[in-house]
Ligand binder design. Structure first.
Ligand SMILES: Nc1ncnc2c1ncn2[C@@H]1O[C@H](COP(=O)(O)OP(=O)(O)OP(=O)(O)O)[C@@H](O)[C@H]1O
Ligand SMILES: [Mg+2]
Length: 375
């Protein structure tokens, strides 16, 4: 393994290959991280297995793992070709090591480790959710930095959580869903409406033609904690659909999609406002602990809210969250919609950041199906 202090790496441009195989997308990307300024995506290749899983109505772990095994090598080669890179141009290899489906994680992590070993490059074991959280860096303006601490709304297919991002790699959980993740609820409600997987984009498209005329619940409304709940929303949508003796008319389907999306967005925004109060308290407490620094006024509260994960691609949800953010004096930001869902670029960038700060990690870093982000 090539060795170099973290400081040395931080001062030069790093090119990292990122591999993502935690669920049903086989992805690889090359990202260039300059010492200063915005990271650049040189290539971002994604092969969706959706078709392979469609007959089963959900992701089948064994099929996913085998498909990653078959396709990963070709996807990595395509990523190199599109970036105009050779293996020798890389400074590191990053792969998602968890959380996710263990079969796919093993395929990606073992492939990444073998490649790193063969090329004598550092290997970076990346937390999938840190990848999502990191993708906001691709959309910051030139010269704009992602200051810490900031508030993070992580809204994906498997997770819905609010966190204080205290410093790179250090997160504190403020609240999370007590039942289903919001992405999962979008997918299940889409199925109810006869829409294809993934359900989020399909509901968003259908909802554009509908009116939010059905009344749906907003669990925990007005409560002080930062938790969320979405399964009641899913069940209420199902009950409304089942109440109709005949199949839903096209108009009813459109209106139900719009009502569901609006209720999800409003509920999320209300819960985020509650979690934001906890964030402000958590940051004040952090600052008290670092009294000296606070007195010198070195660290001010970064008033930024970052939304990440597939659900953050939804424009109605973004608009609701932005409204709450602005009302509370925060800047709201989310990655471009195409970078909200799983991709290799976010893993490559998280890898490059780690490499610049901490250097490579041990090849023994094991893939983990479960892995919490917060300390
Ligand atoms: N426009 C959209 N509106 C709402 N939901 C969306 C939209 N686009 C994608 N999603 C949802 O995002 C989810 C996929 O996001 P993502 O790739 O972040 O999840 P995941 O990787 O499966 O889960 P996790 O990141 O928690 O492991 C799906 O549930 C999908 O329906
Ligand atoms: Mg994801």
């Amino acid at each position: 393994m090539r060795e170099e202090g973290g400081g040395g790496r931080a001062r030069r441009t790093l090119r990292v290959l990122g591999i993502e195989t935690s669920c049903d997308e086989t992805a690889a990307a090359i990202v260039e991280r300059p010492a200063k300024g915005k990271p650049r995506i040189l290539s971002n290749i994604l092969w969706s297995q959706a078709e392979a899983h469609a007959p089963y109505g959900g992701v089948v772990p064994e099929i996913a793992a085998r498909a990653h095994l078959v396709h990963l090598d070709g996807i990595v080669k395509e990523a190199l070709k599109e970036a105009g890179c050779r293996f020798s141009d890389l400074d590191g290899v990053a792969a998602t090591a968890g959380p996710g489906l263990i079969g796919g994680l093993i395929v990606g992590a073992v492939y990444g480790k073998a490649l790193a070993l063969a090329l004598a490059l550092p290997f970076l074991a990346i937390h999938h959710l840190e990848g999502h959280a990191m993708s906001i860096r691709f959309s910051l303006d030139e010269g704009e930095s992602l200051a810490f601490p900031h508030f993070l709304a992580l809204l994906s297919g498997g997770h819905s959580a609010f966190l204080s991002a205290l410093s790179p790699g250090r997160y504190r959980l403020l609240g999370q869903t007590r039942d289903d993740a919001l992405g999962e609820v979008f997918d299940k409600t889409a199925r109810l409406l006869g829409l294809p997987y993934p359900g989020g984009p399909a509901i968003e498209r259908l909802a554009r033609q509908g009116e939010a005329s059905f009344s749906l619940p907003r669990p925990f409304f007005g409560e002080a904690h930062g938790d969320m709940s979405f399964s009641g929303l899913k069940s209420a949508a199902r009950r409304l659909a089942e109440k109709s003796k005949k199949p839903l008319s096209d108009r009813a389907r459109r209106d139900l999609a719009a009502s569901f999306q609006q209720a999800a967005a409003e509920s999320l925004a209300e819960r985020m406002a509650a979690a934001l109060r906890l964030h402000e308290r958590a940051i004040a407490e952090e600052e008290r602990k670092k009294k000296r620094r606070a007195r010198r006024g070195e660290k001010k509260l970064a008033r930024r809210i970052v939304a990440a994960g597939g659900v953050a691609a939804n424009l109605v949800i973004r608009a609701e969250l932005e409204q709450v953010s602005l009302a509370r004096g925060y800047i709201f930001s989310a990655p471009p919609p195409a970078l909200c869902t799983d991709n290799g670029a976010m893993i490559a960038l998280a890898g490059a950041e780690r490499l610049a700060r901490f250097g490579g990690v041990s090849l023994f870093a094991p893939p983990r199906a479960r892995w919490t982000l917060s300390a």
